[in-house]
Design a protein around this ligand. Structure first.
Ligand SMILES: [Zn+2]
Length: 368
């Protein structure tokens, strides 16, 4: 069973100027948010860059739409690290806003790009704190709003969202495998996640990981290789708003099986650079194989890695491995209307599948 949340047709933020004119800002309801009434919420906007700053405002935030505007840090080479440094605004923004009496949360989109495309993603509530609606605003909209606020004039916004949650629905992981020729009970998982946000197609996040997992198996079959251990492609369900598929896969009782590694591709279908490995002994072993990945530049084997869907397996002691890619463009597309197949390069996607096939095959032959 997985959570069901539906955006619905209305997501609107209208800015009212003091001279009576108005303009619309591009927003996207955050995944899991409650909706507003039909008329929407009309309130003054207050901008903050951090939760600390918000808490220090005290009474001043009461009754306001709280605008979280800390950008992803462009100076960081790892866009994933930049995302990690800002995404708490999206995840916990509505809780923090409600905590100080705010009536809604408006969050700067999680992207390093300056454009007018809002990026959605999961947000959270806790039972003990009032639920307030939450939306992402495009980075251009965020800059515009911030500039208006810096003039000192009060800025009022009407926020309308039709989003709502429904009862859980039945869903499933999708699994296929190449059965091991000598030790079929020993399993190497290769996987991505089948669900995506409703914006765009979910092509990079994570259609790429799904097709690469299937393609890795197809490549080995096409080459007529018969790996000693089982290689299983798993398309996990519900990574984005619940991780129920990854959790259910790890919890399922498989008394005759032993998982020895899980490889996840969930960083987009970009040119592969290597793998991150969770376990130090496995890392040393895999690093010794890096030469076979070097001819297409995918030989950077780093310590530390894994992924959300294989996280529950890793907690049970399975070695987790994440495909690492050239990630500079990932957050240009992530969770937005721009995450479409036209923005995936076929050669880069195919090389990622090849890297996964090579590593899965080596583990299947040599063990870890
Ligand atoms: Zn993903």
């Amino acid at each position: 069973m997985v959570p069901k949340w539906v955006r619905g047709p209305v997501e609107q933020a209208v800015l009212q100027h003091s001279n009576g004119t108005w303009e619309e800002l591009r927003i996207a309801a955050l995944g899991g948010t409650i909706g507003t009434s039909f008329e929407g919420i009309n309130a003054e906007v207050i901008e903050v860059k951090s939760f600390q700053e918000l808490r220090a405002l005290g009474e001043k935030a009461k009754g306001k739409i709280v605008f979280f505007n800390r950008p992803m840090e462009r100076g960081l080479i790892s866009t994933g690290a930049a995302y990690g440094g800002s995404v708490n605004q999206r995840g916990n923004g509505p809780i923090e806003a409600a905590n100080v009496g705010g009536v809604a949360a408006l969050v700067r989109s999680m992207t390093t790009r300056l454009d007018d495309v809002p990026h959605t993603g999961a947000t959270h509530y806790v039972d003990s704190i009032k639920k307030v609606p939450a939306a992402a605003i495009s980075t251009i909209g965020a800059e515009r709003l911030s500039k208006l606020l810096s003039s000192g004039e009060p800025v009022r916004l009407t926020l309308r969202l039709s989003a709502r949650s429904h009862p859980d629905v039945e869903s499933a992981n999708v699994v296929g495998e190449l059965r091991g020729s000598e030790k079929p009970e020993e399993v190497i998982v290769v996987g991505g996640h089948l669900d995506s946000w409703d914006k765009g197609h979910g092509a990079h996040d994570d259609g790429a990981g799904c097709v690469q997992s299937i393609e890795a198996l197809r490549l080995l079959k096409a080459l007529n290789l018969k790996p000693k251990r089982t290689i299983r492609a798993v398309m996990f369900m519900n990574e984005e708003n619940g991780l129920r598929g990854g959790t259910a896969y790890a919890e399922k009782d498989r008394p005759t099986e032993k998982h020895i590694a899980a490889i996840e591709s969930d960083a987009g279908g970009f040119s592969p650079r290597g793998f991150g490995v969770s376990d130090s002994a496995a890392h040393s072993k895999i690093a010794r194989w890096s030469g076979v990945l070097s001819f297409f530049g995918a030989d950077r084997i780093q310590r530390g890695g894994g992924g959300a869907d294989i996280g529950p397996l890793m907690q049970k002691g399975v070695v987790g491995i994440g495909l690492q890619v050239d990630g500079h463009k990932y957050f240009d597309y992530h969770h937005s209307d721009s995450d479409v197949i036209q923005n995936v390069n076929e050669r880069e996607l195919a090389l990622g599948a090849a890297a996964i096939a090579i590593l899965a095959y080596l583990i299947a032959e040599e063990g870890l």
